[in-house]
Design a protein around this ligand. Structure first.
Ligand code: ATP
Ligand code: MG
Length: 574
């Protein structure tokens, strides 16, 4: 490809709204342009990278016998009503009506759709197992679209669904997908961790998340160097605290705390440690208000809370409603004296602690001397706390490592959750009608591209891993006015392609400095630079993007051979 024909609109300036490197660099490198909140045009360079990631995914899924199809994006509401998800999915689902007033969703995921297909086409255990996948644009009206394509409202996902007659078959296919995902991310050149997300809770079937390790990741991953336990923060279990209360029982007393609404502020005023506070947070769960009590120095992990309460999702209660319920301004909520219809649950982080400080449900006041069990009786004790690095491992007690990660893949065993309610059955060997056992496997294609950049960049731009680079080698003639330079560069460009390398020729009449800056920005792994001075000695310069200052001099033919050998080594897979 010639740069002058490639449509790579690079930018000198960072976009104002980009908070993370991948977003910034994708816009600057001419990969991405925004159209609406969380909606982007993938420019040609980006498209090339996406197709490479997709090709790796297709190869690895073919290897495990999964078959590609393409389900519709426009999905009738009736199918979602069968499972109740038309309502449960909530505002995350993009909805529309056709001219006849029929309701549709733009597909956020496809369990219902593929289950509907299989229930009408697959009759017998002999047709099982069956693994179907698609690579498709998904729509989710995310509450906070951000970080470019990392969390878009329109994005590309590979989603796969498997159907089985028995558990052993589910287990085998699940393992295949697990291994295939590992190979995909490895081939994409990513450092990742697969975290076991099963916690043995009721209804919690086995599932794994694949996390690309990156400082800017929205997910927290905890792992134990001692026993190998690894879980995302939405799953990581806390070890119930062993705090000894002692004999310091105090009476419940109100203290004035005017204008002090945070634990830190009140802690400073009263000279009491944040760990001696009860933080009272109100959530809406399936239409009910729940007060969640957690230790003052800790946060609530909403995913764990939802599971503990047995609901799909919880939402923080809005400030106006908090005032209505507590009769006080936000910041003064406490467990004592809440209206009886509010369910109170306490996190284990408070177990065994007495003489606590809490909000008084009265503006400008807190209480001290609060005893859980004496002054307030929680409806339940739950584990809903977000872990922090150094917390004990729930398996072996060693301190956990906490790192940030980007969730790029998520695989689940679904059991008969969808097949049962949708009446999707097959005839088993004995001629009995049974619901399919299912698995589902999601992989964010566009998020993987962003994650790859998050992990592979420097202050000058992107540093593509070879396997997903838009091109493998960039040929840069330094002076387009020199016929000899142009001729040699053109020949190298042709020979590279003849050798099977994906080559980009920067044939622009620009200054050398700006060509180098753009080359650094778009991050092609290998560079062959042709200049007048080198040609006097019959040599060109080869540099890798990763070690951009170390230039090696070769004859044009040696240069191609050198790059080719490195590229073949790094392509991997297939
Ligand atoms: P998250 O927790 O990040 O919202 P999720 O758990 O809702 O993701 P899944 O339903 O498991 O996501 O979707 C499978 C994969 O699709 C995710 O692992 C991720 O790689 C990708 N994905 C999900 N939501 C988005 C999004 N808004 N933008 C880009 N990729 C996404
Ligand atoms: Mg997920």
């Amino acid at each position: 490809m010639r740069w002058t024909r490639a449509f790579i609109p690079t930018l000198k300036e960072d976009p104002a709204d980009a908070e993370v490197a991948s977003h910034r660099l994708m816009v600057r490198a001419g990969m991405l342009r925004p159209l609406a909140r969380g909606v982007y045009t993938y420019l040609p360079l980006c498209r090339r990278v996406i197709l490479k990631v997709e090709a790796i995914v297709r190869e690895e899924l073919a290897r495990i016998g999964a078959i590609e199809l393409l389900l519709p994006i426009l999905l009738p509401a009736e199918l979602w009503r069968e499972t109740g998800r038309w309502d449960l999915y909530g505002p995350l689902m993009m909805r529309l009506e056709d001219r006849h007033g029929r309701e549709y969703a733009l597909g956020p995921t496809h369990e219902e759709i593929v289950t509907d297909l299989v229930r009408s086409e697959v009759r017998s255990y002999r047709q099982l197992p069956l693994s179907l996948y698609q690579i498709q644009t998904k729509f989710r009206d995310e509450i906070r679209p951000r970080f470019g394509v990392m969390r878009g409202r329109e994005f590309t996902m590979k989603d796969a669904y498997s159907f089985h007659a028995d558990e052993a078959s589910v287990d085998a296919t699940y393992r295949d997908f697990h291994d295939a995902y590992g190979r995909v991310f490895e081939r994409c050149g990513l450092a990742f961790r697969d975290v076991e997300a099963s916690s043995g809770e009721i209804g919690g079937e086995e599932n794994h998340e694949f996390m690309v390790l990156a400082e800017t990741g929205e997910s927290l991953v905890f792992s134990c160097g001692s026993c190998g336990y690894a879980a995302s923060s939405g799953r990581a279990e806390a070890v119930p605290s062993q705090h000894e209360a002692g004999n310091s029982a105090q009476p419940l007393a109100e203290v004035e705390t005017p204008g002090r609404t945070t634990v830190e502020e009140v802690s400073e005023l009263l000279g009491r440690a944040p760990a001696e506070f009860v933080k009272t947070l109100l959530f809406q769960a399936a239409g009910e208000t729940v007060a969640v009590l957690v230790r003052g120095d800790r946060e609530v992990e909403e995913e764990k809370l939802g599971r503990a309460l047995g609901v799909d999702r919880v939402e923080m209660t809005g400030p106006a409603r908090v005032c209505e319920i507590t009769g006080a301004e936000v910041g003064f909520a406490g467990p004592h004296g809440l209206p009886p219809e509010v369910r109170v649950v306490a996190d284990y982080s408070l177990a065994g602690r007495g003489n606590l400080v809490a909000g008084a449900n009265r503006t400008g006041f807190h209480v001290t001397g609060l005893e859980i069990g004496r002054d307030v009786e929680p409806d339940a004790w739950i584990d809903a706390v977000r872990l922090v690095g150094g917390d004990p491992c729930p398996r072996c007690g060693a301190p956990l490592d906490g790192t940030r990660g980007i969730e790029v893949g998520h695989i689940f065993k679904l059991g008969t959750k969808y097949s049962e309610v949708m009446g999707a059955t097959f005839l088993d060997e004995e001629g009995r009608q049974r619901p399919f056992l299912m698995g589902c496997y999601g992989l964010g294609i566009t998020r993987t591209v962003a994650a790859a950049i998050e992990q592979n960049h420097d202050e000058h731009g992107i540093v593509w891993p070879v396997a997903i680079a838009p091109w493998e080698v960039e040929v840069i003639p330094l002076n387009m006015d020199s016929p000899e330079v142009v001729e040699v560069a053109e020949r190298i460009y042709d020979d590279c392609r003849a050798e099977g390398l994906e080559a980009l020729l920067d044939d622009r009449a620009d200054r050398a400095g700006s060509k180098f800056a753009d080359a650094d920005l778009i991050g092609v792994p290998w560079r062959i630079v042709v200049g007048d001075r080198g040609l006097k000695d019959g040599v060109v310069e080869v540099t890798s993007r990763r070690a951009r200052k170390d230039a090696a001099r070769f004859s044009p033919q040696e240069a191609i051979a050198h790059v080719r050998a490195r590229v073949l080594e790094a392509r991997g897979g297939g």
